[in-house]
Ligand binder design. Structure first.
Ligand code: FE
Length: 421
């Protein structure tokens, strides 16, 4: 049993903050046993680790990002989506898939950035190359961070040429599933069709079968823009909605599923997602960089009970700083949902328990939750006044970055800097 003593903040429910100034959290075998304002007698005699005057928060979770796009973050936002894809994204993904030395360098930098930004769990879409994907999984396993990682499946021409053949896509996926099976409790393979326009019916069938047979989670994009939605409905007129196409192939909540964006999602799709527990990765930066006419109705999704987490969506989004992603989520939601934008506590929930729930009992300090935690030194942000803990969280969210994160824990284990490992 380990006891940590510090200023504890977590969000057990959307909009709610549990605040324990000078509180205690008891952790056993990597799992939270309880949080206390005062330590109960049976626990009072064990060794207590003092965390000082900083904050102890659940670690952040990123539900959507692209490993191969790390080198193109910040590029292509001046043009349209076509320029972003063709000039920057596809060439970067092709290089990542074909040049393993290059991919290994990108993977190392990505893991360091995740660690630095306090993202202890992430859902990562790689490019089509299986070797680069396996390299990332292997490095993540060594790092101690948690993740769902998948090789992208993309055998059908969408906006450009198909990126791989159907047999190569199946073979690469199969190899990775076999390689990853049983290797790690923290790093899992996730089936990763790019989006419906880029996947053939045969490959959708194959992925649905694998999801069912292996019980594997699924990640993709849905209704990101008007263009991709029109392509899907044109190809699958009988399904009528994008979500029903995924559903027809068993890729919509039959196993844990996360869909990025969902900008053009309908009420009927949101209801189905709520029933099936299909997660939405809300990516507030990406939708501002290459905006369409519509945005995810995030408040409506939450009202209907759809599970929502945050996605940095690098390189569609520009930063793995989850604090900045939270601030951006609040700003965007205020524009999108007149009068009903997200509060700081709600954005904090999305970045912690909201997204963490995709990985199980993750993202909170309630009993039974994995102890994924960050120790924050916010002295530089609170030097000029008296602040409550909730105000300190708000200061951190708007003004903070990785410099304020001083310690990181995943599943109870303190994670050292992967760059120094
Ligand atoms: Fe994406």
């Amino acid at each position: 049993m380990k006891i940590y003593h510090g200023n504890i903040l977590f969000s057990p429910r959307l909009g709610e903050l549990t605040v324990l100034p000078g509180g205690y959290v008891a952790v056993e075998d990597g799992v939270v046993r309880g949080t206390y304002a005062q330590l109960p007698e049976p626990l009072a005699h064990g060794p207590i680790e003092e965390l000082g005057e900083g904050l102890l928060l659940p670690a952040f979770n990123d539900l959507h990002l692209h490993a191969a796009q790390l080198p193109t973050v910040g590029l292509g936002y001046d043009g349209d989506a076509g320029e972003w894809f063709n000039r920057y994204t596809y060439p970067a993904e092709q290089r990542y898939s074909s040049d393993l030395d290059y991919a290994a360098g990108v993977n190392g930098e990505l893991i360091h950035s995740l660690w630095e930004n306090g993202i202890m769990r992430s859902v990562i879409m790689c490019a089509t190359g299986p070797e680069a994907t396996q390299d990332l999984m292997k490095r993540l396993m060594e790092s101690g961070l948690g993740a769902c990682v998948g090789k992208m499946n993309s055998d059908h021409e969408a906006f450009g040429e198909a990126q791989e053949s159907m047999p190569a896509s199946c073979e690469g996926t199969r190899r990775l599933i076999d390689w990853a099976r049983g290797k790690s409790a923290l790093v899992r393979y996730i089936l990763s069709p790019e989006f419906v326009p880029a996947v053939s019916e045969e490959l959708l069938d194959y992925l649905g079968e694998q999801a069912k047979k292996e019980g594997l989670p699924v990640q993709s994009h849905m209704s990101e823009g008007e263009g991709d939605l029109a392509m899907v409905l044109d190809r699958f007129p009988r399904e009528k909605l994008y979500g029903y196409v995924w559903d027809r192939y068993g890729l919509f909540g039959q196993t844990p599923t996360v869909m990025a964006h969902c900008s053009y999602v309908t009420e009927e799709e949101l209801e189905l997602m709520a029933r099936r527990g299909v997660f939405i990765a809300f990516c507030p930066n990406a939708i501002q960089h290459i905006p369409g006419d519509r945005f995810l109705p995030v408040r409506r999704a939450l009202d209907l009970g759809v599970p929502v987490g945050l996605g940095s969506d690098i390189g569609g989004g520009h930063t793995l700083n989850m604090l900045q992603n939270m601030a951006s989520a609040i700003q965007v939601s205020k524009t999108l949902c007149a009068g009903r934008g997200l509060s700081a506590a709600e954005a904090f929930y999305l970045a912690t328990k909201g997204g963490g729930s995709f990985f199980g009992a993750v993202g909170s300090f309630e009993p039974g939750y994995q102890f994924d935690a960050l120790v924050i030194d916010d002295r530089a942000l609170v030097g000029h006044g008296e602040y409550t803990l909730a105000e300190r969280l708000q200061r951190l969210l708007y003004c903070g970055d990785s410099r304020h994160i001083v310690r990181r824990f995943c599943a109870g284990r303190e994670i050292p800097d992967p760059a120094k490992g």
